[in-house]
Write a protein that binds this ligand. Structure first.
Ligand code: GRF
Length: 209
């Protein structure tokens, strides 16, 4: 059982997928706290429905990214969080958060990294005319969407897709992949090889039943 802190900014459908997986016994985790940088985020309602405590920390009320991240760290620590999940959290995080949870911050990105990092990933994919895009779960480092990749799921781009239709298809894949990867983490199967070159995730075999 791992203790999660989930950071959100928006509708919170990925948070919903995590909470659903926990409820159905498919993810051995507890969400100790949901933190949003936006007061009206739909994710806060989803947290309330699951009776998960939530906290709003407004980035605009902090003088710097670092001060904001320190407030995040204080809240996450106060709730006993072990792993941090960025689930539609639209802020760039700093070493203040990353050094408090080294290689324990997980992000879901709506493209097959290293293609289309940053914002508007689905629009970037459409603009490039790719036939396949998808989503990536990775550990967060100090770059934007550059950290070690844990898992990816491919999604076709169909003729006639617009940003909205593609977003929905990618989201469905996100909702399946993120809880699955978190369960691998709960099973202790995700480790990072810091050997030569860029750090890479090593996936351990599932325990025999
Ligand atoms: C997802 O597409 C996620 O990959 C991106 O932001 C979106 C968040 O959606 N980073 P939701 O708030 O989980 O519904």
């Amino acid at each position: 059982m791992i203790v999660l802190g989930v950071l959100v900014s928006g509708s919170g459908t990925n948070l919903g997928a995590i909470l659903d997986a926990i409820e159905r016994g498919r993810l051995a985790a507890r969400v100790a706290v949901v933190v949003s940088n936006k007061a009206g985020a739909g994710a806060l309602e989803r947290a309330a429905r699951a009776r998960v405590p939530s906290v709003v920390i407004d980035h605009k009320a902090h003088a710097s990214r670092e001060a904001f991240d320190q407030a995040l760290v204080d809240t996450l620590r106060a709730h006993g969080v072990e792993w941090v999940v960025l689930a539609g959290f639209m802020r760039i995080v700093t070493p203040v958060l990353l050094s408090a949870f080294p290689m324990r911050v997980v992000n879901i990105h709506p493209a097959l990294l290293p293609s289309f990092p940053g914002v508007d990933a689905q629009k970037q994919a459409l603009d490039h005319g790719v036939r396949v895009t998808g989503c990536t779960v990775h550990l967060v480092d100090s770059g934007t969407d550059t950290g070690p990749i844990v898992a990816q799921r491919a999604v076709p781009v169909l003729d006639g897709d617009d940003v909205e239709s593609l977003k929905l298809r990618v989201l469905e894949a996100e909702h399946a992949l993120l809880p699955e990867v978190l369960q691998w983490i709960a099973e202790g199967r995700v480790t990072v090889d810091l050997g030569e070159g860029r750090p890479r995730v090593k996936l351990g075999k599932p325990a025999l039943e």
